[in-house]
Structure formats: structure tokens, C-alpha cells
Design a protein around this ligand. Sequence first.
Ligand code: HEM
Length: 149
Amino acid sequence: MLKFSKGFTIFYAMIHTIHIFAVFIYGGFLFVDNLFLSKMTQTLNEDEHKKAREAIMMHVRKVVPYALLVAVASGLYMITQIFGEIGEDGMSSFQIMLSIKAFLASWLGIRGFNQKFFGINPWVFTSHVFPFSLVIIIILLSQFMYIIN
Ligand code: HEM
């Protein structure tokens, strides 16, 4: 019989797994875009680059924005389960880091939602590197929140 660590249910484990896959897909695209696709201009002329990029983006648009929404939705569920009570002497470092992570991730989520469904393009920061940097900070916070006391 399968046993789960104290307080964790199979449902939570499933949502956590979905979160990780969604983050892989969304974050993975940003890594590929910033590290490799951005370099296509070095070998392709403007017209070739436009065509090559569109050939990729037409598939990206069908998957990546939804992966971000799934990451945010699954994250919001998990935070309600593991945030815990705020102690008398304020938030723990886990709670502070998780809150910052959730704030930054929600920002990405609202930005992505506006972009996908309302064509508002993009929210507050226009740079390509901006969502990529946020993802790196979010991933680091997701790990450090468990390590730093
Ligand atoms: C409002 C949005 C989000 C909330 C509230 C949220 C919340 C959470 C929570 C509570 C965990 C801990 C799960 C656990 O260990 O049981 C977690 C893990 C994680 N999240 Fe999010 N998340 C959100 C969006 C995102 C986004 C957009 C990314 C990255 C693009 C992300 C990346 C990660 C990573 C890398 C982990 C660590 C997974 C692991 O080590 O097992 N999250 N998130």
C-alpha cells in the first residue's frame, strides 16, 4: 500500500506533478527562446528569420500560454494547502519567499492572460528578457524557500 508523507494527499501530489510539468513547458520555452531562438538572426536574414520564428511560434502559441495558466492555477491551489498559519512573530522565511514567488508568478500569469485573451501586449515590462528573469528568480525562490530558515 502506497504511503504519503504526513499531511500530503495523493491529490496534492498530482497537482504538484502537474505544476512541475507546466513549469517545464512554460519555463523551457523561455530558456529556448532566450538562449537559442534569439540567435537565429546571426545566420538568417530578416525575411528568413521572420518565417522561421513564425513556424515555431504558431505551435508555441497553442501550448505555452496555457501551460503558464496551469502553473498559476496549480500553484494557487498548493499555496492554500501549504502556506500555514502566520506565527505571532510574523511570517516565517518560507512564507515570505513563497509570497514573493506567488506575487511574481501571478504577475507573469496576468501578463500572459492579457496577452493571450485580450491581445494586451505585454503588461508593464516589454522586454523579452523580463519574463525569463522572473522565471529564474521564481525557480530559485521555489528551492531556497525550503532550504533557508
Ligand atoms: C501564483 C502562481 C504560483 C503559485 C502560488 C505557486 C506555488 C507553489 C508552491 C506552493 C510550490 C511548492 C510545492 C511543494 O513543494 O509542495 C511550488 C513549487 C514550484 N513552483 Fe510554483 N507557484 C506558482 C507559479 C509558478 C511559476 C509560474 C513557476 C515557474 C515558471 C513556478 C515554479 C515552481 C517550481 C520550480 C517549484 C518547485 C517544484 C519542486 O521543487 O518540486 N511556480 N509553487
